[in-house]
Design a protein around this ligand. Structure first.
Ligand code: NAP
Length: 286
């Protein structure tokens, strides 16, 4: 087993709960090893009850940085010295860098999603999007799309209030982007999808107990000029993507977003580019 930890090895952590299933240690440690970087990435079972002590410990131990995941992405904000503009608008942090003792928070989730589109040759600027969902993933994606110049975003969510909250945040902070909200209705969704360039499923329908389902129950919502993305990467080819593929759409699953958010965090901590193709291979191994 690879083990070259010395007195100089730098620590990067992940604070979340539950956390043992996370693929982030495999992703980052593989990249450190491949590039010969003297870091180790470890996960720590931390929830809202012990978050403050854990963040203080990260500072005391002078770690290079850390990731933050559920349920800590919002609660960590007041414990940091500074956050980036996009993290402020999203109101969530997933990556923290220790800059000479000051903890600086950023959010790479939405940027990772945009990176996954760009890698597939799909542009954001001046394009029209349909987002289904208004939870954490939809929020970071919607705000990043607006920051990157999306022309219009139509948000469909089971709970309209959640979608309206996201609309308000985008309109207050990024005035150039038009935002509409709707409850999930196949007729309205079809009408909006017809005018849109990209549709993104940001709900958890398509994974776990919902593995064989799609939030889209009418296949005629899809048309061949629509790019369809799903934030889910396990399973890699969700029911939504299967229906979109059958209609001739280009499809993109959530693996690129997952690797993209990790690659951006990796760059923030180490200044180096993550070997994305190698990481994709490692993550896809059963
Ligand atoms: P979340 O904050 O809990 O939001 C869940 C969203 O799904 C909400 O909009 C919710 O609607 C909707 N939803 C849940 N059950 C539904 C149902 N039965 N019918 C219709 N809508 C339903 O979760 P999240 O953090 O945004 O995560 C959402 C998905 O993104 C998960 O599958 C997660 O694994 C994935 N994700 C992927 C990445 C990646 O890197 N690829 C990163 C983050 C998340 P309501 O508002 O009405 O409850």
């Amino acid at each position: 087993m690879y083990n070259k930890i010395t007195g100089d090895t730098r620590l990067i952590g992940l604070l979340g709960s539950p956390i043992r299933h996370s693929k982030s240690p495999m992703m980052h440690n593989t990249a450190f090893q491949h590039l010969g970087l003297d870091y180790v990435y470890l996960v720590f079972e931390v929830d809202n009850h012990n978050l403050e002590e854990a963040v203080q410990a990260m500072k005391t131990l002078d770690v290079t940085g850390f990731n933050v995941t559920m349920p800590n992405k919002q609660k960590v904000i007041p414990l940091l010295d500074e956050i980036t503009e996009s993290a402020r608008i999203i109101d969530a942090v997933n990556t923290v860098k220790n800059q000479d003792g000051r903890l600086v928070g950023d959010n790479t989730d939405g940027k990772g999603f945009v990176m996954s589109l760009t890698d597939e040759g799909v542009a954001v600027k001046d394009k029209d999007f349909v987002i289904i969902g208004a939870g954490g993933a939809a929020r970071s994606i919607g705000i990043q799309l607006a920051l990157d110049g999306a022309r219009k975003i139509s948000i469909f969510n089971r709970t309209l209030q959640q979608a309206d909250d996201l609309k308000k945040v985008i309109e207050e902070n990024i005035p150039g982007c038009t935002v509409e909200t709707h409850e999930i209705d196949m007729g309205l969704l079809k009408a909006e999808a017809l005018k849109a360039d990209v549709l993104v499923n940001c709900t958890n329908i398509g994974m776990g107990v919902h593995k064989d389902q799609s939030v889209i129950t009418d296949p005629s919502v899809f048309h061949k000029d629509l790019v369809v993305a799903d934030v889910i990467y396990s399973p890699p080819f969700t029911k939504t993507l299967q229906m979109a593929d059958a209609a001739g759409c280009k499809t993109i699953n959530g693996l690129g977003m997952m690797i993209g958010q990790g690659a951006l965090a990796f760059k923030i901590w180490t200044g180096e580019d993550m070997p994305a193709d190698l990481i994709k291979e490692v993550i896809l191994k059963p």
